[in-house]
Design a protein around this ligand. Structure first.
Ligand code: F6R
Length: 612
């Protein structure tokens, strides 16, 4: 979740690095830093500062250092080892300030290495695990930076995206990656390293994704990639199709609102060119290579974290009901420590917006090691998950900048519906049923747009409900995971306490908290569990609880029971989670906005959770 930007090329103004770093701000960070080699002075200058990038910029501007340099490295840190201090910010350096580096990831064996290096006389100035890498490189440095980096990395256990410069070997940048994203931006007489494509768009669209255990050596006109034994590897240059424009707010107050408004588009993009209406089927090119293996699977795991885990849970219900495959959903951070019963007829679908979530990736690796078929539902093209799964389907939701996931969740749900039809039609799903789902899917973007038109009404409700400090979100069956999503979204951006629970669980405990000060958002579309939901709502009303219902349009009866209603259009039961989510995203957004929260960058959270 930290951001990296490294540059070597014809530009010598380090402001370029600051601007690139600002494009990585959405990832969440607590401090920032920079180091640059000034050719005239033959010296690397550096500045590290806690707080926003603005503070780093001010420090650089008021410093007496020359602001000219090349190569240069910039970093935003999200603390994992060691507190949030200037000293712990990156870049880190060795005893003689010859080697400077920035690092995303964790050195797991840093205590042992630190002890050993201290005994050898190395002096440490920070509490970080990262600093150890600088001293290890120093230990092995004999004039060639990449060789020293390779020797150092062989001793490191853990994860890294690493970018290193040295004033004794100054005409290059050396980088390496293991389980933490890093890419090369290939430009005209310049080469760039970044943890994220958004830092390079605007300068180049040509990128090379580094794989685990690869070391890259960049000069202004060239780049070469090696394995840790210094054997050169061939790499393919990819073209990225996101431009800077797409990554901007587009006139909305917050990225999050813009992204909610893009939810109909997220559905549209996910289904585009993938529906075969006459056959009641879908075409998922990303699954072609595993089609016959998928026909034979007898069990499916669905795995994600946070919001992506709620999509996985909806997927579990859908695939079980319509494709008839036994499914099990779990969150990445749990499944990896369990001992699930697996055999060669088990496959797993990993769901992730970023494709870089450490706990999801760790489970993926575990499943791969066991020889199971692994599939991805991923938004970020070329991400670790997209590359490591055997096959997969992109959600095509476009860049999601706000920390809270919204349109990517809608993209995940839509893609899971496609998966359901694909797997179902391989099995018992009838042509009629396939056609029904597909034809309802076609209508979904328009139905989603209708909900967005109720935005001002939802804002009015947010005004009414913003004064409460505790909320319940309830739902059943397909909308139980959506209750979890509604609660997570509200708590993460408004900092109000919200709890999602299955409607049927209320009387097993949570009901004790219900009174006139604890409102409940009840998701109760007209579906197979509607009557049960109404009973749950009655239980709440009997205890003076306030209820805001999400119901299907035409349901006038519900108005007599609850305090407020937001209507959604009618669709198939299995598709309702997409429609019920949209008002919940808007509700959370408006409450947070009315409370003046830092919506796109909520405190303590980061966009891409690349540590475990
Ligand atoms: C919540 C949110 C997180 C992410 C989770 C997984 O709004 O954004 O819960 O869903 O960190 O992230 P990805 O989808 O990138 O794996």
């Amino acid at each position: 979740m930290c951001g990296i930007f490294g540059y070597i090329g014809q530009n010598t103004n380090i402001e370029l690095g600051l601007n690139a770093l600002k494009r990585l701000e959405y990832r969440g960070y607590d401090s920032a830093g920079a180091a640059w080699f000034n050719d005239e002075k033959k010296e690397i200058f550096y500045i590290k500062k806690t707080g926003r990038i603005k503070s780093l910029e001010e420090e650089i501007n008021k410093s007496v250092f020359p602001k000219i340099g090349n190569p240069f490295i910039f970093h935003t840190r999200w603390a994992s080892h060691g507190g949030i201090t200037d000293a712990n910010a990156h870049p880190h350096y060795d005893c003689h300030k010859n080697i400077f580096l920035v690092h995303n990831g964790i050195v797991e064996n840093y205590r042992v290495l630190k002890q050993r290096l201290s005994e050898e006389g190395h002096k440490f100035y920070s509490d970080t695990d990262t600093e150890i890498i600088a001293h290890l490189i120093e230990k092995f440095f004999k004039g060639n930076l990449e060789e020293a980096v390779m020797s150092a990395l062989k001793l490191i256990e853990g994860t890294y995206a690493l970018v290193v410069i040295s004033q004794k070997d100054p005409n290059k940048i050396v980088a390496a990656r293991k389980s933490s994203p890093l890419l090369i931006g290939v430009g005209e007489k310049e080469n760039i390293l970044a943890s994220d494509a958004s830092a390079v768009i605007g300068r180049t669209k040509k990128v090379v994704y580094l794989n685990d255990d690869e070391v890259a050596v960049l000069t202004p006109n060239d780049f070469n990639i090696f394995n840790l034994d210094n054997i050169k590897k061939e790499k393919v240059i990819d073209e990225i199709d996101w431009d800077l424009e797409e990554a901007q707010k587009g006139g909305y107050k917050h990225f999050m609102l813009k992204e909610i408004m893009e939810e109909p588009e997220a559905i549209q993009n996910a289904i585009l060119g993938r529906l075969i209406e006459d056959d009641g089927n879908v075409k998922l090119g990303g699954l072609d290579s595993v089609e016959s293996r998928l026909r034979n699977i007898e069990k499916l795991f669905l795995i994600g974290c946070g919001t992506a885990s709620f999509a996985s849970q909806v997927g579990e219900y859908m695939i079980e009901e319509y494709a008839g495959i036994p499914c099990e959903f779990d969150i990445g951070s749990e499944l990896r420590y369990r001992k699930p019963i697996l055999d060669k007829k088990t496959a797993a679908i990993f769901v992730s917006q970023s494709g870089e979530t450490a706990d999801t990736l760790a489970t993926l690796k575990e499943f791969k090691n066991k020889g199971l078929l692994t599939l991805g539902i991923t938004n970020v093209v070329g991400s670790s998950q997209a590359r490591e799964t055997d096959a997969g389907v992109y959600t095509r939701s476009g860049p999601e900048i706000a920390v809270a996931s919204t349109k990517a969740f809608i993209g995940q749900l839509t893609t899971l519906i496609l998966f359901t039809v694909y797997l179902g039609r391989q099995r018992e799903m009838s042509l009629v049923m396939g056609k029904r789902i597909v034809s309802e899917l076609v209508k979904l973007p328009d139905l989603a747009n209708q909900i967005l038109k109720t935005d001002s009404e939802i804002r009015r409700l947010a005004e009414k409900y913003k004064k409460y400090h505790n909320f319940f979100f309830i739902g059943r069956k397909y909308n139980y995971p959506i209750a979890l999503e509604g609660a997570l979204k509200l708590k993460e951006i408004s900092y109000l306490h919200a709890e999602g629970t299955a409607g049927g669980e209320l009387k097993h405990g949570p009901l004790a908290l219900i009174d006139e000060n604890v409102p409940t958002i009840a998701i109760c579309p007209s579906d197979s569990v509607y009557e049960k939901m109404i009973s749950n709502i009655q239980e709440i009303k009997a205890r003076k609880g306030l209820v805001l219902a999400i119901a299907t349009e035409g349901n006038e009866e519900i108005k007599k029971i609850v305090d407020d209603v937001i209507y959604i259009p009618k669709t198939l039961e299995m598709l309702t989670p997409i429609l019920t989510t949209i008002p919940l995203h808007l509700f959370a957004y408006h409450i947070a906005d009315l409370l003046g929260r830092d919506i796109d960058k909520p405190k303590n959270l980061a966009k891409s959770v690349t540590i475990e």
